[in-house]
Design a protein around this ligand. Structure first.
Ligand code: C2E
Ligand code: CA
Ligand code: CA
Length: 682
């Protein structure tokens, strides 16, 4: 029966036995065996060794071991082995049989043997192929990294291990972001998510120059090509990275990488310098005009970074870069020089007015508020300009001159443009000097206050604003010049404490000198000072020590402060309000305010910035802004005070718009305490 069945299968039937003395023999063999091994069936039945001797010795040993195991355990025998045929060909056979113990003590196996040569050859080929692939991958010059659809690393070849300094075992399962520079990391998740959703690839298939970060934190420029493939139904990415460092042929790519600012995609400082050098050497004529470098610095960028986090700060810089590219598309070069400083090289400049007009254009482009999450901010720029007029200049001179001019803008008129003039160099150097002087132990003895009246609409004095003055070595240094530096080097903290004490002393003095007239005193509080942990305590103690009525102490805060977490600020302001202290929001309209903020803060007053009051005319845009601020303050139940009122005409317009309080040269300049007479009547 079995024999009949055997004819139907591709195998050769066999019965094989071992006697207790170890002698072995074939009891029966199917015809096909001759086909398989090329030896006569009758010969094999006489001597089983005619077959076993044709096995390679290691197969003979193992086969024998399996036979013994199968006999002892009465378990199926199964083995794949090769046989060398008399004609020199090698065949692979697979034997399967079941043992049984006979009464005479023999063990008898009954089963089939199959020719599996084709299968074994294919496997062998595949293995050798795989080992070749591995060999190729590992000896490839290019680094290969594969990831899953979420960026999880699946594989690195040897070159990738060498390039990145990570072993496969260290990166496997980690996110690929681990080897990306900071600014790419942040965008990667979003990018992957949007790619999975939309399949809109920006980078798949194209070759780009990027940087990767090695285990030792080295930034390595590479040429990256990413392709996607599907493995067992799952989306995979394969990145091929070519190290650009040693390749002379990729010099161009390196140059572009070297000259690009990775965050904004604008040119970087060194690219800008090469452009300047080029322009310095290029002939210009009166008619074609000059080249001019403008450097732009974002006002109060530090506050964006500190208040909203570096990521938002980066986003703002990217947005600024994009807007500059749009509005200054005609520029020769737009670069990010450092952190929040940009450089724009333009040509065809005939006079200063043209540069000013150009600057106004840039300023307007940045007026449109940028979303900061909690608030929207329009960006203000300080700018410096330097004309490329002398061929003796180097590119570094031009950049330096421009920064000198920028420094002047920053200190004198925030939000403005200054031109480089030789003399500006001195005043710029003095900022380092101011920084030094602010650290002098005699600083407080060199400070004094001036007081400028604040008036009500009915002409009755409301009080004064205290304005800080500093006389150092006979020079009067203006607060606009030294306060930003004091905020940076921390001197503002002791100056602020001194100011609070002086303000209390002033209120005591005023009460003694003019007992008939109540007056309030406004003092300016720097955000840096407000953020001190003990700020509330310092005021509370000064109020208590001097015994003043805190209702007469009024604090002017700037919108810059509001970038900080509101909860924190509301908490402090509420604690101070509880003492009776009131608040005004200074320079209103120039900064970051959002309505959401305003309604949450315990404010008493908005102070319209003097830039809106200047040249106020019914047809000017300032007029509409002032009108809007006054309406806003009315709807929020706040008082509104206009500063910088210089003329009767301005006053009349402000009155018409419903302004309630005023301050400005029209009513009085800031003066020393001794010069104050009884508060003026209008
Ligand atoms: P601010 O708080 O906006 O002060 C008003 C500035 O406008 C003062 O300049 C004042 O002299 C000037 N001003 C007043 N009326 C007029 C006017 O009718 N026309 C014009 N063009 N200007 C007028 P000042 O004293 O140079 O102060 C400049 C800035 O320095 C202040 O701006 C304030 O931000 C800061 N500051 C002054 N004193 C202090 C202080 O004690 N602490 C802090 N943290 N900052 C201060
Ligand atoms: Ca003020
Ligand atoms: Ca102001």
């Amino acid at each position: 029966m079995l024999e009949n069945f055997a004819a139907l299968t591709p195998g050769a039937f066999y019965r094989y036995a071992i006697r207790p003395d170890g002698d072995h023999y074939f009891v029966e063999l199917g015809d096909r065996i001759e086909q398989f091994v090329g030896v006569d069936k009758s010969e094999l039945l006489k001597d089983a060794n005619l077959l076993f001797n044709r096995l390679p010795s290691e197969h003979q040993q193992e086969l024998f071991q399996r036979v013994v195991d199968s006999a002892q355990q009465q378990a199926e025998f199964h083995y794949v082995f090769s046989v060398e045929r008399p004609d020199g060909k090698t065949v692979w056979l697979e034997a399967r049989s079941t043992p049984e113990l006979k009464a005479n003590g023999d063990v008898l196996w009954t089963g089939f043997v199959y020719d599996v040569t084709a299968r074994e050859r294919a496997t062998e080929k595949l293995n050798s192929h795989l080992s070749n692939v591995n060999h190729v991958l590992n000896n490839m010059h290019d680094a290969i990294i594969t990831t899953d659809a979420h960026g999880k690393v699946l594989y690195l070849n040897q070159s990738a291990e060498e390039l990145l300094g990570f072993q496969l075992s260290e990166l496997k399962g980690e996110n690929i972001k681990q080897v990306m520079p900071q600014h790419h990391k942040r965008r990667h998740d979003n990018y992957m998510a949007s790619y999975r959703e939309t399949r809109q690839a920006q980078i798949i298939g194209s070759t780009r120059s990027v940087e990767v970060v090695s285990k030792s934190q080295e930034y390595i420029p590479v040429e990256l090509r990413i392709c996607e493939y599907v493995e067992n139904g799952a989306l995979r990415f394969m990145g091929t990275l070519r190290d650009l460092r040693p390749t002379i042929a990729s010099k161009e790519a390196l140059d572009s990488l070297r000259s690009t600012d990775p965050l904004t995609g604008l040119k970087n400082r060194s690219a800008l310098l090469s452009h300047i050098t080029y322009c310095l050497n290029a002939p210009t004529s009166k008619t074609s005009g000059h080249y001019c470098l403008l450097s732009l610095d974002v006002d109060d960028f530090r506050f964006i970074n500190e208040g909203f986090g570096v990521n938002r700060g980066d986003d703002v810089l990217v947005e600024i870069g994009q807007r500059l590219q749009r509005v200054a598309a005609d520029a020769i070069c737009i670069a990010r020089i450092q952190e929040d400083e940009f450089g724009i090289l333009i040509n065809g400049v005939q006079n200063r007015a043209q540069v000013e007009a150009y600057y106004e254009r840039l300023k307007d482009a940045l007026q449109e508020p940028i979303d900061l999450g909690k608030a929207a901010s329009s960006i203000r720029l300080s700018a410096g300009a330097c004309l490329l007029v002398s061929s003796d200049m180097t590119s570094m001179d031009v950049l330096h001159h421009c920064e000198v001019a920028l420094g002047t803008s920053k200190q004198r008129s925030r939000g403005g443009l200054s031109f480089y003039e030789a003399s500006l160099g001195d005043s710029y150097r003095s900022s380092a000097l101011i920084d030094q002087k602010l650290k002098s132990p005699y600083l407080l003895s060199e400070l004094f206050l001036e007081f400028q009246p604040q008036m009500q609409a009915d002409g009755i004095a409301l009080g004064y604003e205290a304005l800080l003055r500093w006389r150092s070595d006979g020079d009067l240094i203006r607060p606009d010049e030294f306060i930003p530096i004091a905020e940076r080097n921390g001197a503002i903290v002791i100056i602020g404490e001194w100011l609070i004490e002086q303000a209390c002393q002033f209120l005591l003095w005023h009460q003694r000198t003019f007992p008939a007239r109540e007056t309030r005193l406004s003092i300016n509080i720097s955000p840096v000072q407000f953020q001190q942990a003990n700020f509330v305590q310092i005021i509370a103690e000064a109020v208590k020590r001097t015994g003043i009525d805190a209702r007469f102490l009024h604090l002017e805060l700037t919108e810059r402060l509001l970038i900080e977490s509101t909860d924190h600020i509301v908490e402090k302001m509420s604690a101070l309000s509880a003492l009776g202290i009131t608040f005004s929001l200074d320079d209103f309209g120039t900064g970051y305010s959002s309505l959401g903020y305003l309604s949450r803060l315990p404010l008493a007053e908005l102070k319209i910035d003097k830039s809106f009051v200047r040249n106020l005319e019914p047809t000017s845009s300032n007029y509409r802004i002032v009108e809007a601020i006054i309406l806003l303050s009315q709807s929020l139940g706040l008082n509104v005070i206009a500063e910088g009122v210089e003329t009767e005409a301005e006053l009349a317009l402000l009155k018409r718009l419903g302004c309630v309080y005023y301050q400005g040269y029209y009513f009085g300049r800031p003066v020393a305490r001794e010069q104050l007479t009884a508060p003026q009547m209008g």
